[in-house]
Design a binder for this molecule. Structure first.
Ligand SMILES: [Zn+2]
Length: 93
């Protein structure tokens, strides 16, 4: 894991703090499977659902970076043996 990508797994407070400090950052949700690996921006509503607050990193690990290129350099490996996609909402594609 390159140093500019942070892993948050069962680290809810640290994750929330990171998002607070990096509001223009990126969050990769490694939920696994064929459709679960998704790249989001910090502000995406998917990452801010009140009923999921407090369980974001306990349900699935999150990989976060301010730098999209840094994060993109690890998402292929993290997604194995599956692939990943960009969230169509926050990447607006
Ligand atoms: Zn999103």
């Amino acid at each position: 894991m390159i140093s500019r990508v942070k892993e948050f797994k069962d680290k809810e407070l640290e994750y929330e703090e990171w998002c607070e400090k990096h509001q223009n950052g990126y969050v990769f949700n490694r939920a696994g499977g064929k459709t679960g690996n998704v790249l989001h921006t910090v502000g995406c509503w998917h990452l801010n659902v009140p009923s999921r607050k407090g369980t974001y990193t306990t349900r699935y690990p999150k990989y976060c970076s301010e730098n999209l290129a840094d994060l993109l350099s690890v998402v292929d490996g993290l997604s194995k043996p599956n692939s990943w996609r960009e969230c169509s909402i926050c990447f607006n594609k």
